[in-house]
Design a binder for this molecule. Structure first.
Ligand code: GTP
Length: 212
């Protein structure tokens, strides 16, 4: 009788252990699967966010990001009581480049210009492609004088460094309008409008020039 009871108790114990093992195994499997799923989900979200904020041709931020970045800069610059500014660039006679060398060459000149903009940006400045052949550099912690220097250096660099398309060198120039926050506008719309007016003036003045 005792022997029988002992056998039943042992079997019950083994059953309990196997139940616990199964539960542990199921828990670990669910934990691992949910972690892989979560990792993949956040990767896809990141990729979608990147696609929504970056211009696919040049790798610069797109126009959609410009207002968000501006609002962020407003907060930080109000706090530090520093100025910042916008350089609005437009390629001169870009249509002629497309017409003469083809659309692919035009695309390459846009990426060439984007890389020169990156060269002239500090690590916390922001470079955008805001339209077809229109670009914007948001220069943080700057003033009128610094913005003019950056714009003039960039203009000269673009003029002196033609882009390469197959075995051809293609020269082009840009016109630049500058606006400084808060003097030229305290909101994004007013500051951008002022930079745009000055860009228009630079075009009227004969192009390949900076208007501040
Ligand atoms: N290759 C290429 N061309 C583009 C792209 N986006 C816009 N364009 C071209 O850019 C040209 C812009 O021409 P316009 O607005 O007349 O300006 P522009 O010829 O640069 O003349 P100004 O600005 O007055 O100096 C048009 O021919 C568009 O087709 C692009 O992504 N790639």
């Amino acid at each position: 009788m005792l022997q029988m009871l002992y056998t039943q108790a042992t079997q019950l114990q083994q059953f309990n252990v196997s139940l616990t093992n199964n539960a542990l195994f199921s828990y670990l499997t669910i934990w691992a699967v949910s972690h892989v799923y979560e990792y993949k989900r956040s990767y896809v979200v990141q990729q979608l966010q990147k696609l929504a904020s970056v211009d696919p041709l040049t790798g610069l931020y797109n126009r959609r990001q410009l207002t968000a970045v501006f609002e962020h800069c407003l907060v930080t610059h109000r706090r530090s009581e520093e100025q910042f500014g916008l350089l609005l660039l437009d390629v001169d006679h870009f249509k002629t480049i497309n017409d003469r060398y083809g659309h692919d060459a035009g695309d390459l000149m846009l990426t060439h210009l984007a890389s020169l903009m990156k060269v002239h940006s500090r690590h916390d400045d922001w470079a955008f492609r805001v339209g077809g052949e229109e670009f914007c550099l948001l220069v943080v912690r700057s003033n009128q004088q610094l913005l003019q220097q950056v714009a003039e250096r960039l203009r000269q660099d673009i003029e002196q460094h033609p882009g390469q398309y197959n075995d051809q060198k293609i020269s082009f120039t840009v016109s630049i309008g500058i606006a400084v926050w808060p003097e030229d506008g305290s909101t994004f719309a007013s500051l951008y409008r002022q930079a745009d007016r000055r860009l228009y003036q630079a075009k009227k003045d004969g192009r390949n020039t900076v208007v501040a």
